[in-house]
Design a protein around this ligand. Structure first.
Ligand code: 5RP
Length: 222
């Protein structure tokens, strides 16, 4: 199977997983990226049943609205029953690296507000140790050089993501060559650097379920 076929398969598995929540009238949290896009397109089949959604990016919100699915402001919804999103890397503890699409901060906010976080990914995203994928960090623009220097002190190789402005008006620094042996600790330490909005480690709030697309079928890790 191609990577796109695997993404479609996990998106379908996520639809099957959340169908009861849709029929119960729950608002669904929606992630960002190509795997999340497959999920959004499949969700369109339920546009007459679904109460609405909360989106983790302007791009996902626009795609949802094009399908005729309502998108609500998170401040109006309270706790979200279930959030579905992709990842750039995942380990078997369901800790993740996210933010390849620069939506990490809103993704982390929606994940924090959700009772259940379902991560959907093709099998190539499962790794023994997080960090081969450069760790995205959202940074307040005026703090860019300072944050980069602090990241070098932590042993990383920070690279400014040219031309990218997040939905929150900030910039992204990607950290290469970073040894992430204790993801929770690393998440906390980086978030403590002044000027960092948040980083792409989802370890303090990992996924609850990982639906992984493999050539043998969709595997469920909990
Ligand atoms: C966006 C993300 C995405 O979930 C992540 O980049 C995975 O994307 P894709 O499904 O396209 O592989 O974190 O900020």
């Amino acid at each position: 199977m191609t990577q796109d076929e695997l993404k479609l398969a996990v998106a379908q598995a996520a639809i099957d997983h959340i169908k009861p929540a849709i029929l119960d009238g729950e608002i669904i949290g929606i992630g960002t990226g190509s795997t999340a896009n497959y999920f959004i397109d499949l969700l369109a089949e339920f546009k007459n049943e679904i109460k609405g959604t909360v989106a983790s990016s302007e791009a996902s919100a626009e795609r949802l609205r094009k399908h005729g699915i309502d998108v609500f402001e998170l401040n109006t919804t309270g706790t979200i029953a279930v959030y579905v999103d992709g990842a750039d890397e995942a380990n078997d503890r369901l800790e993740l690296i996210k933010g390849g699409g620069a939506a990490l901060t809103r993704e982390k906010i929606v994940a924090a507000c959700s009772k259940e976080f379902i991560c959907i990914a093709d099998g190539s995203k499962l790794v023994d140790h997080l960090g081969a994928f450069p760790l995205p960090i959202e940074v307040i623009p005026m703090a860019r050089s300072y944050v980069a220097r602090e990241l070098v002190k932590l042993g990383g190789n920070p690279v400014y993501r040219e031309g990218v402005v997040t939905d929150n008006g900030n910039i992204i620094i990607d950290v290469y060559d970073f040894m992430i042996s204790t993801p929770r600790k690393t998440e906390e330490v980086i978030n403590n650097i002044t000027g960092v909005v948040t980083n792409g480690l989802f370890a303090c709030r990992p996924a609850d379920v990982l639906l992984l697309g493999t050539s043998e079928g969709v595997k469920t890790l909990k």
